[in-house]
Design a protein around this ligand. Structure first.
Ligand code: 2M8
Length: 442
C-alpha cells in the first residue's frame, strides 16, 4: 500500500474513533472506561479535531470551561450526567461543598496538566482563512478564563512563590502511578483504609492498571481534600503529598508562551504570561535539575528532596522550551537515545519509565513503562524545538507505525508494541491526526 494511502486510512480511522466517542459538545476519552470529559484529554482531542472541524474544537473547549470554578480551577473531570461505570463519581467528590464549584455542572475537585492555552491556540492556527474572524472572537471571549486558570496556579498552587505549581494528587499529574508519585506516596501515612469499590477493573484487566494499594492512596487523598471542602489554601497547609512536578510545570511554560500569543491575537497585554513563563522556566532550571544525574526530576515538597526515579518526565522540559542547550544535549544523548534506558533496540520509544529503573519498570502496566501517544507527541515538539528535527521526525515515524500496527490503544508495550488498556482511545486518535497533518504541512 502506498504510504499516502496508509496515512489517509489512519486519519479516517482516527476520525471514526473521535466520532464514536462524541458526547455531543465534548468527547469522552474512551467508550466505557472513561465516560466523562477529562481536562487534558479534551485538550489533546481539541488539537486533533482542530485539524478538520474548527467549530467542534471550539465546542470541546466551551464544554471544558463550563466546568471552571470561580477561583479559576479547571477540573480534571467534568461529569457527563449519562455516563456510568466510572469510579469515583460526583457522589464521592461532593464538590458542591465548595462555594467555588459551578452550580449547574458536576466536576471533580482537582486539576490536570495545563494544556488549555496550547489547545486553544491550535484552533486558531489550524482554522481556515474563512473562519479566522469567528475564531478570533472566540479567543477574545475565552481569553480571560484561560488567564484566570493560570492565575489560579500561580496564586493558589505556588505557596512559596517559586514559580512552580504544586501538584497535590497523583491524578493531577496525569501520570497517576508513575514512580515519583508512588515514591512520594510511600511516605504518606494513610490514617485509615478508605472504603470504596473500583470499577476500572471491570473494563480492563487488573494487571494493566494501578494496584489496590495505589487506589487506597488516590481515594484517601481525595477524602482529605473533601474534608476541607476543597479549600485549596487550607488544604495545602497540611497536605501530605505535594509535588513540584516537572511535566506539569514544563507544560505550563509552553502554555504561558501560547497564552501570550493569544493575548496578542485578541489585543490584550501579553507581558504577564511572558513573565510567568520566565519565572517558571528559571525555577525548573534552578530547582529541578540534578547535575549529578544529568536529568530533571520532580521535587517532593513534603520530604524536601528530588524524586530521582528515572522516568520520561525530565525530557518534557524540551517541550517546555526550558532546557538550555548543554542540558538538552545531555538529556538526549546520555538518556533518551540510550538503549538501556529510553530507546529500546528493535522496539518503540519512548517508555514512560526507564527500562533499567528496575524497582518500578513494567512494560505492561499503565504509567510504569508503556509508551503513551501524548508523551511522544510532546517529545516530538520538544525535539524539533531543541534542535533535533531528524530525531523528532524519526519518533513521528515510529509513533505512527505503532498505531498503524497495533491500533488506537491507550498505551503500548515498548518492546513489542502490543496495546493495552482501553481501545478507541481519544488522544491516541487525535494526536495521530495532528502528527499526520503536521507532516503534510512541512
Ligand atoms: C487516567 O486517569 C484517570 C483519573 O484521572 C483514571 O485512571 O481513572 C490517566 O491516564 C489520565 O492521564 C487521563 O487523563 C485519564 C483519562 O484518559 O485516565
Amino acid at each position: 500500500m502506498a504510504v499516502e494511502e496508509q496515512l489517509n486510512r489512519l486519519v479516517a480511522d482516527a476520525r471514526a474513533v473521535l466520532q464514536a466517542n462524541d458526547l455531543g459538545g465534548s468527547t469522552k476519552p474512551a467508550p466505557d472506561l472513561y465516560p466523562h470529559q477529562w481536562f487534558w484529554d479534551s485538550c489533546f482531542i481539541t488539537i486533533g479535531i482542530s485539524r478538520y472541524d474548527t467549530f467542534r474544537a471550539c465546542r470541546e473547549i466551551r464544554s471544558l470551561l463550563r466546568g471552571q470554578w470561580h477561583n479559576g480551577l479547571i477540573p480534571q473531570i467534568i461529569f457527563n450526567a449519562r455516563g456510568t461505570g466510572y469510579f469515583p463519581g460526583p457522589d464521592v467528590w461532593q464538590t458542591e461543598r465548595s462555594p467555588n464549584a459551578p452550580k449547574d455542572v458536576a466536576t471533580s475537585g482537582i486539576t490536570q496538566p495545563p494544556v488549555l492555552a496550547t489547545a486553544v491556540l491550535s484552533i486558531w492556527n489550524n482554522a481556515g482563512q474563512a473562519d479566522r474572524d469567528e475564531v478570533t472572537a472566540f479567543l477574545r471571549e475565552i481569553y480571560p478564563r484561560i488567564r484566570l486558570y493560570h492565575e489560579f496556579l500561580y496564586t493558589e498552587r505556588d505557596p512559596d512563590e517559586t514559580g512552580l505549581a504544586v501538584v497535590v494528587h497523583p491524578w493531577e499529574s496525569g501520570l497517576d502511578n508513575s514512580p515519583p508519585y508512588l515514591d512520594a506516596g510511600e511516605r504518606v501515612h494513610l490514617t485509615y483504609k478508605p472504603k470504596y469499590t473500583r470499577l476500572d477493573t471491570l473494563h480492563v484487566e487488573a494487571k494493566y492498571r494501578p494496584t489496590n494499594k495505589n487506589y487506597d492512596l488516590f481515594v484517601w487523598l481525595l477524602e482529605q481534600m473533601r474534608a476541607v471542602d476543597w479549600d485549596q489554601r487550607e488544604y495545602l497547609k497540611h497536605a501530605t503529598l505535594q509535588v513540584e512536578d516537572v511535566i506539569f510545570n514544563s507544560i505550563l511554560c509552553r502554555a504561558n508562551g501560547d497564552l501570550a500569543r493569544i493575548a496578542e491575537i485578541v489585543g490584550a497585554d501579553p507581558s504577564q504570561a511572558r513573565a510567568w513563563r520566565e519565572k517558571t522556566a528559571k525555577a525548573i532550571n534552578d530547582r529541578l535539575w540534578s547535575e549529578e544525574d544529568g536529568m530533571y526530576f520532580s521535587y517532593d515538597r513534603v520530604a524536601g528532596k528530588l524524586l530521582r526515579d528515572e522516568t520520561i518526565a525530565g525530557f518534557l522540559t524540551l517541550y517546555g522550551g526550558v532546557a538550555p542547550e548543554s542540558r538538552a544535549q545531555r538529556l538526549v544523548e546520555v538518556h533518551l537515545r540510550n538503549p538501556k534506558e529510553f530507546w529500546p533496540e528493535g522496539g518503540y520509544p519512548v517508555p514512560t519509565t526507564a527500562l533499567d529503573e528496575s524497582r518500578w519498570f513494567n512494560p505492561e502496566n499503565y504509567w510504569l513503562g508503556p509508551v503513551w501517544i501524548n508523551m511522544n507527541w510532546m517529545l516530538i515538539h520538544g525535539l524539533v524545538d531543541s534542535g533535533h528535527p531528524e530525531l523528532g521526525a524519526w519518533l513521528t515515524t515510529k509513533t505512527l507505525e505503532l498505531i498503524e500496527r497495533h491500533g488506537f490503544h491507550e498505551y503500548f508495550n515498548p518492546y513489542s508494541g502490543e496495546g493495552y488498556g482501553t481501545d478507541s482511545f481519544g488522544w491516541s486518535a487525535a494526536l495521530t491526526i495532528d502528527l499526520i497533518s503536521a507532516m503534510e504541512h512541512r
